[in-house]
Design a protein around this ligand. Structure first.
Ligand SMILES: C=C(O[C@@H]1C=C(C(=O)O)C=C[C@H]1O)C(=O)O
Length: 105
């Protein structure tokens, strides 16, 4: 590789990493907004004695996200794993909110 090729590659790497950093920031902000909404769902469920998890809703979300992933050329199995990972954390939050609400009544 000539010096100029190495410099071009370095510049291209920096350009791509800038884009990756912007995407990662957007993902973090979107996740923060999602967790704000799910926290409110957790409080609503605790106030009305609803269970923390809703497997029927999760099945609908998985089917929808798998379809979206396919149309976006993203591995549907990865989309499902990612959703399951996020939902597991949400359910932990809901269980904690329910425990805290139970302790107060
Ligand atoms: C947020 C909810 O609670 C849980 C978390 C979900 C999610 O993070 O999308 C979906 C279903 C529930 O297991 C809900 O019931 O809508």
């Amino acid at each position: 590789m000539t010096t100029s090729n190495a410099e071009d590659a370095r510049a291209e790497l920096l350009r791509l990493r800038d884009s990756i950093d912007n995407i990662d920031a957007a993902v973090i902000y979107m996740l923060a907004e999602r967790f704000k909404a799910t926290q409110q769902v957790g409080h609503l469920k605790a106030a009305h004695q609803l269970p923390p998890a809703d497997p029927a809703r999760e099945a609908q979300q998985i089917a929808r996200l798998r379809r979206l992933a396919e149309s976006a050329k993203l591995d549907p199995a990865f989309a499902e794993k990612l959703l399951n990972f996020i939902v597991a954390e949400v359910i932990r939050h809901h269980e904690r909110i329910a425990e805290e609400a139970g302790g107060k009544s």
